[in-house]
Design a protein around this ligand. Structure first.
Ligand code: CAA
Ligand code: FAD
Length: 379
């Protein structure tokens, strides 16, 4: 076994940390306050190769492994979890899906610009009535010659209002259940696809998620991803990989909140000494660091299994479950260790506390991760 990052992975970590500290940190609080989309930072992430980390160089990516991808999302999220999710959607939900299931034409036309950051991607499975029960799709796609005609409403499309391409799941044959769902590569600039509203969220406010509607949206058949009826399987396979990204985002959030609490415990004095000298505070810091390390190891191991071509469904869900619950726990403790200042927007832990919660909800709630893990255990 090898517990050390490679030299390339360490250099990547340093590079992304420097980018996040220098370029994202100065504006993170203001962007959160005003829910401002980080257009310039997204462009720079593309230039740095952070939008297609594990995509092969042939298709515009950086050609690195999935452990490297986890490192990128962790480091972005340590400073700005909104950047973490914007990048993770493009990397693991969109680029990975097209590289794994796309035709050569789709890879040339769409993956190359997406992986190199010239286009942005989104992933659209959830609907008003289809959240955890992802198979309950109401959006329909009806074949019409060389086109399909799509009608329906999709919820919570992260990156949706800035995306060029969306992987969209729709029902092509309702009588077949999960085998009646088909995936498409939507061109958002074509008529019939519109943003209904951008959600006003608790956290990750600089990332945008929106409701989108399709009204007789005509999509050419070459933009179908995979075969008719494969869409649910494609969505689930993509989410297996995506959950490693959200686990990494949660590790980054926990690390950011922990570092802030550690520093604060050294400078804040009460009863004539720094608060870290109180055993209750020191033990809390010890528990935070221990849980973060465990979450990080689970995340890297799930990524490593994927890199090795091993089955990783259970491992990705375990990493996502444990890391997200760790992020929420650590962020809560970090606020507590800041006392009243933890409740103020002048300190970053207030934001980490709000940002942490989403990791327990999206890409499958904690309950759904437990369902996936328990099914895999008895399979
Ligand atoms: N990997 C591969 N295939 C899978 C799979 C997985 N993890 N889970 C299910 N499948 C396959 C099954 O093998 C089955 O295929 P066969 O019929 O060929 O055997 C088929 O899919 C149907 O499986 P189930 O009967 O188990 O399906 P189900 O209706 O019971 O649902 C579920 C299973 C795990 C609950 C699933 O609906 C689920 O994951 N729900 C959560 C949805 C989710 O994570 N949404 C995230 C949206 S994207 C997002 O959130 C992005 C973001 O925030 C940034
Ligand atoms: P519900 O499914 O209604 O769940 C409500 C509660 O019931 C939860 O606690 C859940 O765990 C529990 N529950 C449901 N079923 C079970 C069960 N079988 N066993 C035990 N408990 C259960 N979706 C996309 O497709 N693309 C995106 O880009 C995207 N981005 C998002 C960004 C944000 C900020 C948010 C908030 C959501 C995003 N989502 C996205 C949607 C997200 O994946 C869903 O919200 C999530 O899967 C949960 O679905 P739901 O909100 O409908 O909750």
């Amino acid at each position: 076994m090898e517990f050390q990052l490679t030299e390339d992975q360490q250099m990547l970590r340093d590079m992304v940390r420097q980018f996040a500290e220098k370029e994202a940190k100065p504006t993170v609080a203001e962007r959160d306050e005003h829910a401002r989309w980080p257009a310039e930072l997204v462009r720079k992430m593309g230039e740095l190769g952070l939008m297609g980390v594990a995509v092969s160089e042939e298709y515009g990516g950086a050609g690195m492994d999935y452990v490297s991808y986890a490192i990128v999302i962790e480091e972005l999220s340590r400073v700005d979890p909104s950047l973490g999710v914007i990048a993770s959607v493009n990397n693991s939900l969109v680029c990975y899906g097209i590289e794994k299931f796309g035709t050569e034409e789709q890879k040339r036309e769409l993956l190359v610009p997406l992986a190199s950051g010239r286009m942005l991607g989104a992933f659209s499975l959830s609907e008003p009535g289809a959240g955890s029960d992802a198979a309950a799709q109401r959006t329909t796609a009806v074949r019409d010659g060389d086109y399909y005609v799509i009608n329906g409403v999709k919820n919570w499309v992260t990156n949706g209002d800035h995306a060029d391409t969306i992987i969209l799941m729709a029902m092509t044959d309702p009588s077949k259940g999960t085998k009646g769902i088909t995936a498409f590569l939507v061109d958002t600039h074509a008529p019939g696809c519109r943003v209904v509203k951008v959600e006003n969220k608790l956290g990750i406010r600089s990332a945008h998620s929106c409701q989108m509607a399709y009204d007789d949206y005509r999509i050419p058949a070459w933009r179908r991803l995979g075969e008719e009826g494969q869409g649910f399987k494609i969505a689930m396979t993509i989410l297996n990989a995506g959950r490693i990204g959200i686990a990494a985002q949660a590790v980054g959030i926990a690390q950011g909140a922990f570092e802030a609490a550690l520093e604060y415990s050294k400078v804040r004095e009460q009863f004539g000494k720094p608060i870290h000298e109180f055993q209750a505070v020191g033990f809390t810091l010890a528990d935070m660091a221990t849980r973060i390390k465990a979450a990080r190891l689970l995340t890297y191991e799930a990524a490593w299994r994927k890199d090795q071509g091993l089955d990783f469904i259970k491992d990705a869900s375990m990493a996502k479950l444990f890391a997200s619950e760790t992020a929420m726990w650590v962020a809560t403790k970090a606020v507590q260790l800041h006392g009243s200042n933890g409740y103020s927007k002048e300190y970053p832990v207030e934001r980490f506390f709000r940002d942490a919660k989403i990791t327990e909800i999206y890409e499958g709630t904690s309950e759904i991760q437990r369902l996936v893990i328990s099914r895999e255990l008895v399979r």
